[in-house]
Design a protein around this ligand. Structure first.
Ligand code: CDP
Length: 211
């Protein structure tokens, strides 16, 4: 069996990794999984069913029974879903169930681009190419504020605070914290347009795939 080509793209909240990963997948003819959506879906299911996000066993149950339709629901992209995602993401039972889902997705031919927080370190440690995408917090908050404010009234300072709190929680958890893998290439998109960032990501991945 030909091994699938896998590419890992990690980084903090609103760093542009999702947009970059989507376009990188198109460029290399691979499938794409935004793994943040899995954690967001677990948080939304808990909220809908009145389960407190701190209840690790109940959140783990939701993660174990997640179905693809859960990733399409309304509200997954909201700030509240992002906050909830970073709470349930700290539960080992949730991460264990979602790990299996992510690896199953990545193994199918022709391979995939996964973006998240622990793809290069835990989910796909043998990925052929790994990027860690970052940008200054105020630039990330401004990008996210533009997205969110298109559909609802939201203050920039709340978006910035939310991103900073989430980054701190994601980096501090003991189980699969957000971290740049030792063999990942750092791409700082602070001063880049999204078009330039995608072009640079493809250039960096090409250098890895050529080895
Ligand atoms: O789009 P954004 O960067 O704001 O967040 P996301 O990628 O949708 O992830 C939402 C939350 O899910 C993160 O803050 C993490 O707590 C969690 N997450 C994770 O723990 N591991 C991943 N591989 C992806 C997301």
């Amino acid at each position: 069996m030909t091994p699938s080509l896998t590419i890992a793209i990690d980084g903090p909240a609103a760093s542009g990794k999702g947009t970059i990963a989507r376009q990188v997948a198109v460029r290399y003819g691979l499938r794409h999984l935004d793994t943040g959506l899995l954690y967001r879906a677990v948080a939304v299911l808990c909220a809908r069913e009145g389960v407190t996000l701190e209840d690790a066993a109940a959140a783990g149950q939701r993660a174990a029974h997640l179905v693809p339709a859960d990733l399409e629901g309304d509200g997954l992209r909201s700030a509240a879903a992002g906050r909830g995602a970073s709470v349930v993401a700290a539960h080992p039972s949730v991460r264990a169930s979602l790990l299996r889902w992510q690896r199953d997705f990545a193994e199918k031919a022709p391979g995939a681009v996964l973006d998240g927080r622990d793809i290069g370190t835990v989910v796909l440690p043998d990925a052929r190419a790994k990027l860690f995408i970052t940008a200054d917090p105020d630039v990330r908050a401004a990008r996210r504020w533009r997205e969110l404010s298109a559909s609802r009234d939201i203050a920039y300072r709340d978006v910035l605070r939310d991103i900073e709190e989430r980054d701190a929680r994601d980096a501090a958890r003991t189980n699969a914290p957000m971290r740049q893998a030792d063999d990942a290439i750092l791409l700082d998109t602070t001063d880049m347009t999204i078009k330039a960032a995608v072009a640079e990501a493809v250039r960096l991945i090409d250098t890895r795939l050529a080895v």
